[in-house]
Design a protein around this ligand. Structure first.
Ligand SMILES: Cc1cc2nc3c(=O)[nH]c(=O)nc-3n(C[C@H](O)[C@H](O)[C@H](O)COP(=O)(O)O)c2cc1C
Length: 401
């Protein structure tokens, strides 16, 4: 049978965490759950050994007890966090409202499904245990979605694993993986989730190496080669922002970048502001490059292009994302499309363009990672001394939904 790609893609892209839209009233037939488990069991497993075992909880007293355990494990905290940030515009406001709703209504769900696997994770790194269950459970979620049902992948209850295994009689040598509250889904529209595009998080032929296009068979600057350096920093975006927008900060931490100065009248970081960056490199010598701030979103993005606004030699930028209790800092570079320090070398040895690019990207990436790591140290050092901003403060969870 030919696969209907559109439907499959649609099911894969719209299988969301369903909590507030779980229909608590409409009965869910047992057979539909078993059908979805049959589908899920077609997933691969290490050694082709089917070691997954599934528990469907229907009994009301058991569901009541599960709801109590979940409430103690994380539900209380989720409800408190929801009450605290409701109406504040906090980035986690929606997810927390949804998580709190589930914590309050878990016992009323039509069915609660626990995928388990025979074995105990020993940290050996061997495939075959958790690696042999996640893909199957996700197939179960997608199969439910395709039939108009919904669920949410939850794990908070595992913080109380002993109470859970006692309640369900799960033996010591079997590991519960997740808790999936199941119900018919109210409404059918589902929005796509904001996610980073594949090109930004997919590296080609080496970690952290990106390409804007292609790369073509003979990779060139026209393909937009680039790289990324990242760190999770235990500091708020407002603190990290101070270091990111200090154009001189990197000079103490990069072997190549020696300093920067704002152009006359620039007056500091703002959109369109000009500064000059100075660099030195054994093979290239010493040079100064004009830079133009082209990305400026406070506490979110700070970036600049070099040499020529209309035909930049490179684009550099920082992205700050608030994640649980921290800021994820990404420092990104794309070379070209205009001429840069590489151009002379490529013109001298056009047949070596791909190697020249690869070498230069490797140098840049190492320098950028040094800068990011230094920002991490500085921002984390500065954190206790600076007051956190009220409603935007990261939530410090016992469990992050
Ligand atoms: C490993 C894992 C654990 C999770 N644990 C919980 C949980 O305990 N409680 C909860 O309400 N949601 C939990 N979630 C659901 C996430 O909050 C949810 O997937 C996320 O907010 C993204 O929403 P989306 O799936 O609709 O894109 C978990 C998700 C994953 C992948």
């Amino acid at each position: 049978m030919a696969i209907d790609i559109k439907s499959v893609d649609e099911a894969l892209m719209t299988t969301r965490a369903v909590r507030r839209r779980l229909d608590l009233e409409r009965p869910v037939d047992q057979q539909i759950l078993l059908d979805c488990i049959d589908i899920a069991e077609q997933a691969p497993s290490g050694g082709n050994q089917g070691s997954r075992r599934w528990i469907i909880v229907r009994d009301q007293r058991t569901k009541d007890r599960l709801a109590e355990i979940y409430m103690e494990a994380a539900g209380k905290w989720m409800i408190e966090a929801h009450n605290k940030i409701e109406g504040t515009g906090h980035p986690q406001e929606k997810v927390m409202a949804s998580a709190a709703h589930l914590a309050t209504h878990l016992a009323q769900c039509q069915a609660i499904v626990f995928p388990t696997i025979i074995g105990v994770h020993d940290g050996s790194g061997r495939p075959g245990l958790f690696d042999s269950v996640i893909q199957s459970v996700w197939s179960f979620c997608v199969a439910l979605r395709a039939r108009g049902l919904g669920t949410a992948w939850t794990t908070a209850i595992l913080a109380r694993q002993n109470e859970l295994t006692d309640l369900l009689g799960i033996p010591d040598d079997v590991t519960p993986i997740a808790m999936l509250p199941v119900g018919w889904m109210k409404g059918s529209s589902v929005k796509l989730a904001p996610r980073l595009p594949a090109r930004e998080i997919t590296y080609i032929d080496g970690f952290a190496r990106t390409w804007e296009r292609g790369p073509s068979e003979s990779p060139s600057v026209a393909d937009g080669p680039g790289c990324v350096a990242e760190a999770d920093i235990k500091a708020s975006p407002e603190i990290v922002w101070q270091f990111v927008t200090d154009i001189n900060f990197g000079s103490d931490h990069s072997p190549e970048f020696t300093g920067a100065r704002w152009a006359d009248g620039a007056g500091g970081p703002s959109l369109g502001a000009k500064f000059f960056g100075s660099n030195k490199h054994d093979a290239i010598g010493e040079w100064e490059v004009p830079c133009f701030v082209n990305q400026f979103e406070p506490e979110r993005r700070f970036g600049w292009i070099t040499s020529d606004v209309d035909n930049p030699g490179a684009q550099w930028w920082f992205e700050l994302d608030r994640i649980a209790g921290a800021t994820r800092l990404r420092y990104r570079l794309i070379l070209g499309p205009g001429p840069s320090g590489l151009t002379a070398a490529i013109e001298r040895m056009p047949d070596k363009e791909a190697r020249i690019i690869a070498g230069r990207i490797g140098e840049h990436r190492a320098n950028m990672q040094s800068v990011v790591d230094a920002i991490k140290v500085a921002a984390e050092d500065a954190t206790p001394k600076v007051k956190k901003s009220g409603t935007q403060a990261p939530l410090a969870p016992p469990y992050q939904p």
